[in-house]
Write a protein that binds this ligand. Sequence first.
Ligand code: XMP
Length: 512
Amino acid sequence: TVLIIDFGSQVTQLIARRIREAGVYSEIVPFQSADAAIDRLNPVAVILSGGPASTSDIGSPRAPQRVFDLGVPVLGICYGQMSMCIQNGGKAEGSDHREFGRAFVEVHKASPLFEGVWDVGTKHEVWMSHGDRVIELPDGFEVLATSPGAPFAAYADEARKFYGVMFHPEVVHTPDGAKLLSNFVHTIAGIESDWSMGAFREEAIRRIREQVGDKKVICGLSGGVDSSVAAVLIHEAIGDQLTCIFVDHGLMRLNEADEVVGMFRGQYNIPLVHVDASDLFIGELEGVSDPETKRKIIGRLFIETFEAEAKKLGGADFLAQGTLYPDVIESVSFTGGPSVTIKSHHNVGGLPERMNMGLVEPLRELFKDEVRKLGRELGLPERFVGRHPFPGPGLAIRCPGGITRDKLDILRKADAIYLEEIRNAGLYDAIWQAFAVLLPVQTVGVMGDGRTYDFVLALRAVTSVDGMTADFYHYDMQFLANTATRIINEVKGVNRVVYDVTSKPPGTIEWE
Ligand code: XMP
């Protein structure tokens, strides 16, 4: 095991992720419990993460001193590197010259850390984020690389295999960072690759069994990848102690609800309660056009429906959720400052505050693409695992200006044609998310010899890495023309199609 000692950096999980990508198992522990973790795990290498503290603050965190007596390789990153320096007799200080963002380091000395990527005399892009700086290295340490703002950008005691880097190798903005981390675990620590999604699956199952024992678990299924993967995994661990509740709000896409129910009951034999609550949801939403009001109504009805169903089942001890790591960080505020609510997000989360149950969240450490890999490992169909994200409030937020059943039907048909065209053109995987929006605007058209006065449909497609920022997808015009023609010919109620060319920011991906 590689032990990652966490000093509270926002990107510590990315270190674990890179180590997983190198095929090696790691565990993250907060610095406060690192001492006990050393006894428990007997680590073969240690990584010290970055963190928000300054080493000059009184009581600022340190690694247990014995980390440096274990005789195993240690890599300190950013704050962790500063702590390693001080704990081995070097000096660091707070500095007015803070360095954030892109920087270039120049390599001065060859090292196994740089093997196969960085040669002496070359310069490389890295991502810096620090306030403190090292002013004196401990005995036995030598500088490996410098940057204009950091004369000790990378340094090492090669004999003891202690390495310090001021930059963050774990983030994608350090293009060679993954290779440096792989060098640390493979070349320096001599660990073989034996970690895989299959191993994660086994380990997750063991942990779920340990947590749940013989108690009951309920899981809110949304039809999305995350909750589905969580449910299948949990079912594998504890079988029919798990019951899934699928609150069908009637705002899903064409055939989607049937597909989800079919897959869970048919393919996996997972006990599933399918609640058709479309009358309730659509009834309360009818005539409501304010986006936040819509979102709040959906969130409230979802919780009420879910609770009522859970009660019918006689309750449960645990609530299962497909929470991913990005959900975990986004919900933690590090600045403590107020942030503006752009949209009240609804998904199957939000429940734990209300229901007095333990939480089972087996995907908490994973990123979206890792969840997809796990889904494949569990045998979920490719077409399902590779799906674009779909928002919890469903089509209600793709029908600006108040929904009706008729409008939802029009939107469903048009959306299905649009997505079919995208798949046929082989573009589905190149796009992060694509969907149609039915606008509350009617325009005049001419079809055959007659006048039409029908709705405008907007098409949206974006590329993105994480949904936080996005660019609109640059289609070939012919693709748009063909798709528009098909939609107008085949969907009664639409006589005009437009394409949304707004990026995020300033737009958001969804229209509401
Ligand atoms: P926006 O529209 O804020 O969306 O740019 C970013 C991503 O989040 C999805 N989205 C949601 N997902 N519940 C969800 O589970 C929601 O309430 C919700 N609203 C937006 C959106 O589809 C996009 O992928």
